[in-house]
Design a protein around this ligand. Structure first.
Ligand code: NDP
Length: 477
């Protein structure tokens, strides 16, 4: 459901605006993803389209066939000990059982998303759920969203625990036991939804003015054409695929890995508990703050293509859960001091991540009329222009954690990510993939966001970067 902002109305994050349509025709696309594709972007995209599915397969196969060693499969292939066909032939195929499990799972999440309006906000103090507005899009549209992710997460987990403790319809190890067959199902959905989104962008977009075509097939397929594709009034592709089924599944996947440890070794190690707890906090935080998520880059700026569609279906549930998978094959029992140290480090990272995000959210919601660390926030006034030539005003905060660095929320996120990896000990590289990936993702995201903000705010952005010179680590980067 979308609302076009009337020309003289205040935008969600703006202070005031004026109609400039008759004065200057604003160039299209001052913000959002690129209109033109440079060679480096094209090469990166082709690389990802070709290799990202292989990377996921390689990691999961390494665990299933090589006890999570990342080097042994390569050594086997290089020394001729094994051929690609040997590895492929030992890989479980798509099964009917996995297809049924996956279809039921996705259908259940669609039902929870579409047909059960949020009731959590009615009894949970401080929780923002129900119908909420997203940010203004480049075409000046404000979409409405039904925020009910926390409720979907709670219902799903209550049913999971009810089954594990009372009903026993299926084993809690079901996800681990079907892990590779489920990978094929996730890929089918990921490719299907990305392809559908591309076709939809061409032939029946939800909002034609918010579509971007570069003319490059691969770039458009990967980065998406439509900004906010929807089916009907409420089925929003970005909100659904980003949050559910992937993120609701994240904690269930970890629980299934813990159940597998219990089944194999008769106990769940403290490292597995740590990973479950720290990642559980992160997931719960996501759903508790789902309304805030409407204002993040994923929803506000990214178009919906393979990057989000396939990424949410495959990359996220399979690679974000590598630590738990690793611990099934290598049950690490940490000494108490090590476990407590990692817990503290992870919680500190979470605190920084949450507080930084909260500070910006509060600042933007109140238009700067709030207190950050007991003081009135400092900020830089800035302006930008949407596609239709309307001018908006906004503010960039320069105090609190936002005065320490321009993306200190990413720094906290990286600390939390490192904590999950450290919980797995130092025997193998595989569990450290997450911190390497997150560092690349968030550094690239930081640069991408700054490029976007720079073209959105122009000289105001320069004033901001002069006031807050560092990106992630004060004094270093
Ligand atoms: P941010 O929440 O940092 O949002 C960036 C936007 O905030 C900018 O585009 C700009 O938007 C606005 N902004 C920038 N600086 C300021 C300022 N000083 N004051 C006020 N507003 C400002 O980025 P993300 O959406 O990328 O990340 C949200 C969270 O999600 C982060 O904590 C990140 O770590 C996490 N994340 C996790 C991922 C994962 O896979 N686990 C992936 C991606 C993100 P505007 O145009 O409105 O001015």
């Amino acid at each position: 459901m979308a609302t076009h902002l009337p020309k003289e109305k205040k935008p969600a994050e703006g202070r005031k605006h004026q109609n400039m349509q008759n004065d200057t025709k604003a160039p299209q696309g001052q913000w959002g993803r690129a209109w033109e594709v440079d060679w480096f972007s094209l090469a990166s995209i082709l690389f990802l389209l070709m290799f990202a599915p292989l990377i996921v397969y390689y990691f999961i196969m390494s665990c299933a066939q090589y006890q999570c060693s990342l080097t042994d499969p390569l050594l086997d292939l290089l020394t001729g000990n094994k051929h690609l066909s040997d590895i492929w032939n030992s890989t479980p195929p798509l099964t009917y059982r996995a297809a049924v499990i996956y279809a039921l799972w996705v259908t259940f999440q669609v039902v929870l998303y579409l047909f059960i309006p949020d009731f959590c906000h009615k009894f949970l103090p401080g929780y923002v759920g129900g119908v909420q507005e997203g940010a203004v899009t480049p075409a000046g549209v404000v979409n409405k969203y039904e925020i009910n992710g926390l409720q979907a997460w709670i219902i799903t987990h209550v049913l999971w625990f009810a089954n594990a403790s009372c009903f026993h319809f299926f084993s809690p190890t079901i996800i681990f036991d079907n892990w590779i067959p489920l990978l094929w199902c996730a890929n089918i959905l990921g490719y299907a939804v990305s392809t559908f989104a591309m076709i939809k962008g061409y032939f029946f977009p939800t909002n034609a003015k918010d579509c971007k075509f570069t003319g490059n097939f691969f770039y458009d397929y990967m980065m998406g054409i439509e900004f906010n594709p929807r089916i009907g009034k409420w089925f929003d592709f970005k909100l659904f695929f980003n949050g559910r089924p992937g993120i609701v599944a994240w904690t269930l996947i970890n629980l299934s890995f813990a159940a597998k440890q219990q089944e194999l070794y008769g106990q769940v190690t403290n490292s597995m508990i740590l990973v479950n707890v720290l990642q559980g906090i992160y997931v719960l935080d996501f759903f508790w703050n789902e309304a805030w998520y409407l204002k993040t880059i994923d929803i506000c700026h990214d178009h919906f293509g393979w990057y989000l569609g396939w990424g949410d279906c495959v990359w996220l549930p399979y690679l974000y859960t590598l630590q738990g998978l690793y611990l099934v094959y290598h049950p690490v029992q940490l000494c108490t001091a090590h476990a407590v140290g990692i817990l503290m480090f992870g919680l500190l990272g979470y605190y920084i991540f949450r507080t930084t995000n909260h500070q910006k959210d509060l600042f933007r919601r109140t238009s700067g009329n709030c207190r950050i660390w007991g003081k009135k926030p400092e900020y830089i006034e800035c302006s930008y222009t949407s596609v239709d030539g309307t001018k908006y005003y906004s503010k960039l905060m320069t105090s609190g954690f936002w005065g320490w660095a321009r993306h200190f929320n990413y720094t906290g996120d990286l600390m939390g990510s490192l904590a999950y990896c450290l919980a797995c000990g130092f025997e193998h590289l595989l569990p450290y993939f997450y911190i390497v990936y997150m560092t690349i993702l968030l550094t690239h995201r930081c640069l991408r966001d700054e490029h976007r903000c720079s073209s959105k705010y122009g000289k105001d952005w320069k004033r901001y970067t002069a006031a807050v010179p560092y990106r992630l680590l004060p004094g270093i980067f």
